[in-house]
Design a protein around this ligand. Structure first.
Ligand code: ADP
Length: 630
């Protein structure tokens, strides 16, 4: 490898000195020197502006500049190390020149080849070192400045010396403002004392560093939480000590901790004092936590349950199903499952529970099941009792219907016999009977006739509800049929039946015919004396249902009787006033209810009555198998 060539600029006015120096350098082999000589400062500066040199040798006595100013001018213009060549040995100038950063100071009289070459090499080495130092210092400064953590320097008297940008941002001050602050200025009043204590320990070297979670007060007055790590450093080459603090803004973390503490407190309160049972179960169904209510409700102590399998609390027959449910719950986090099972308390008594369960993860990410459970034994017993009562009611209804049917059916035959023999008696023996006997026979025939009507009504009534299927029924056709059936009485009374277009509904045609016929015949039957009955039938579509109305201009009904007239055998008139059985409206009510509708009326005595009833419009009104007899 060849020798290194050092490019030197020699600014020397004295020709003899210049050639001496050149010859000293010329003889060097390692390094080699390439020397450019100029004899004025301006000539030197001119060269420096055009190219760079490894070293500049400058005389302080030039025609265009004298003294250290010469060296300064050269230094300003060049990055290269500068060596001053002086004619006189002046200690003052020597010191001054070093302070100015001039690398070396040589006296021409003392100069020899090896001193000169060594000085040049040494000054180049020093310059390189100082450049590297400067570079690393800038790097360090930039690193501190841009660090994500706040950094600050504090003097032993508590004055802030410097803060990086991050700390300025945390505190809301500018770099210029922070140098006027003290530690106390930025510390929350409640934390000043502890801060001073820690700081004093650092100053007294009782501790090399400390960490503290404390509060700062920002320039805008807001309180923030910070985590501080502080230590003392002594500046190199002096005994000056400064405290260095690393500051992390932990306000968000503190707030999160605070809200966590709050939520934990609420959870604990809920957990402890809740009147429902709360249990946490792990993936092996072991009870991890059991709240006091759970233990109390089942007659145990909490310690007797925690760590035990939850399955043992359940009724033997339900355990497999409970395990299945818990497994499903563990597989599907965030879903709430609900189930009802039987448990046994410590005494072995049956306890029905309704449970809401959801998988939750523990701190290690393992799934557990949180079960919230309530004792529904009373509700279950009530439900069972209700079901039993309903079953009883259904059974007795069926029996009653059966009885009504059989009774009315079987009564018809002997009745018919009484009736026909009475008629026969009157027909065959009327010339032998006196007037009284004839009247008695007529009473008996009428009674038998009324009895026959009652039995038939009862039979029809008991049949309502036995229909199992509904079909689409055109109610305008039903109305026409009802009118047809009532034609004799319509003619006799000069009744007028008018109707709007009627819809088609799902139902039982026979029952609907009976309904229309009953309402229309009542409208005619309960007419005003000497006023021909006028019956208006209409239907209106409401949300999800049809509202039918049958209005008459008859005698009307007092509002106090509105409910009563729908009960079986309830009549407002005697048989003498107006014949009837009191079964008609009870049948209407039953028919409408079979069709999942409602029936009611509006009436003004002396003016007329309107009966309303509804039939669902969705067509889904399937008949009920049975319904209670009222
Ligand atoms: P019935 O007509 O056989 O007596 P209902 O059950 O049909 O039995 O009627 C019960 C009672 O309601 C009747 O006795 C009558 O007093 C009253 N009623 C029914 N419909 C009307 C009506 N349109 N106008 C006035 N009263 C009525």
């Amino acid at each position: 490898m060849g020798s290194v060539t050092v490019n030197a600029l020699l600014i020397e006015h004295d020709e003899a000195a210049a050639s001496l120096i050149r010859s000293m350098l010329k003889n060097s082999r390692d390094p080699l020197f390439a020397v450019l000589h100029v004899d004025t400062l301006s000539g030197g500066l001119n060269e420096l502006r055009q190219r760079s040199f490894d070293v500049v040798l400058v005389d302080l006595a030039l025609p265009d500049c004298q003294g250290l100013d010469t060296a300064l001018a050269v230094q300003d213009c060049s990055q290269s190390p500068v060596i001053v060549l002086a004619s006189i040995n002046d200690d003052g100038i020597t010191t001054q020149s070093f302070e100015m950063g001039i690398q070396d100071y040589l006296f021409k009289e003392e100069l020899n080849s090896s001193l000169l070459i060594r000085s040049i090499q040494y000054s180049m080495y020093r310059k390189r070192l100082s450049d590297q130092l400067q570079q690393s210092e800038e790097r360090l400064r930039a690193t501190l400045e841009k660090a994500a953590v706040g950094i600050g320097h504090v003097a032993p008297d508590g004055h802030m010396l410097w803060m990086n940008q991050q700390l300025c941002d945390i505190l809301g001050y500018t770099k210029e403002e922070v140098v006027n602050l003290t530690l106390t200025d930025i510390t929350h009043p409640d934390d000043v004392e502890s801060t001073n204590q820690f700081f004093q320990k650092l100053l007294d070297s009782e501790t090399a560093s400390y960490t503290q979670e404390k509060r700062y007060v920002r320039k805008d007055g807001a309180t923030i939480w910070i985590h501080l790590t502080a230590s003392m450093v002594t500046e190199v080459g002096s005994s000056t000590r400064i405290a260095v603090g690393f500051v992390e803004d932990i306000t968000a973390r503190k707030q999160a901790e605070e809200s966590l503490r709050y939520s934990e407190a609420r959870f604990q309160a809920l957990y402890r004092d809740n009147p429902v049972m709360i249990v946490t179960v792990d993936s092996k169904f072991t009870m991890l936590t059991v709240n006091p209510m759970t233990a109390q409700s089942l007659g145990y102590r909490v310690e007797e349950l925690e760590g035990e399998s939850v399955l043992k609390l359940f009724h033997e027959e339900d355990r497999a199903a409970v395990a299945d449910q818990l497994r499903t719950c563990l597989e599907k986090p965030f879903q709430v499952f609900t189930w009802q099972f039987r448990k046994n308390n410590k005494e072995g008594e049956l306890v029905w529970v309704e449970e809401f369960a959801q998988a939750v993860y523990d701190l290690h990410g393992a799934p557990n099941v949180l079960v919230v459970c309530q004792d529904i034994t009373k509700r279950k017993k009530a439900e069972d009792a209700l079901q039993e009562a309903l079953r009883d009611l259904e059974r007795s209804n069926r029996d009653l219907e059966q009885f009504a049917y059989l009774a009315s059916h079987d009564l018809q035959e002997p009745l018919r016999m009484v009736w026909s023999y009475m008629q026969l008696l009157e027909k065959k023996y009327h010339d032998r009977l006196d007037e009284k006997a004839t009247t008695y026979i007529r009473f008996a025939v009428n009674g038998a006739q009324r009895m026959q009507d009652l039995v038939e009504g009862l039979l029809a009534y008991s049949r309502i509800g036995s229909q199992k299927e509904f079909h689409p029924v055109d109610t305008s056709k039903i109305l026409a049929e009802a009118t047809e059936n009532l034609m004799t009485c319509i003619r006799e009374t000069h009744a007028e039946i008018a109707s709007r277009p009627l819809p088609s509904v799902r139902g039982d045609a026979m029952m609907l015919l009976q309904l229309f016929q009953n309402l229309i015949s009542n409208g005619i039957k309960y007419r005003k004396r000497d006023v021909p009955p006028r019956i208006r039938v209409a239907a209106e579509k409401l949300e999800g249902e049809w509202l039918f109305s049958v209005a008459d201009n008859g005698i009307g009904i007092e509002s106090g009787d509105f409910d009563r007239i729908f009960q079986i055998f309830q009549r407002l008139h005697t048989a003498e006033e107006c014949p009837g059985t009191g079964i008609g409206l009870a049948s209407c009510k039953r028919i409408v209810e079979q069709h999942h509708g409602r029936i009611w009326l509006e009436s003004t005595p002396g003016k007329g009555t309107t009966f309303f009833f509804t039939i669902p419009a969705n067509g889904q009104n399937a008949p009920e198998a049975t319904s209670p007899v009222t």
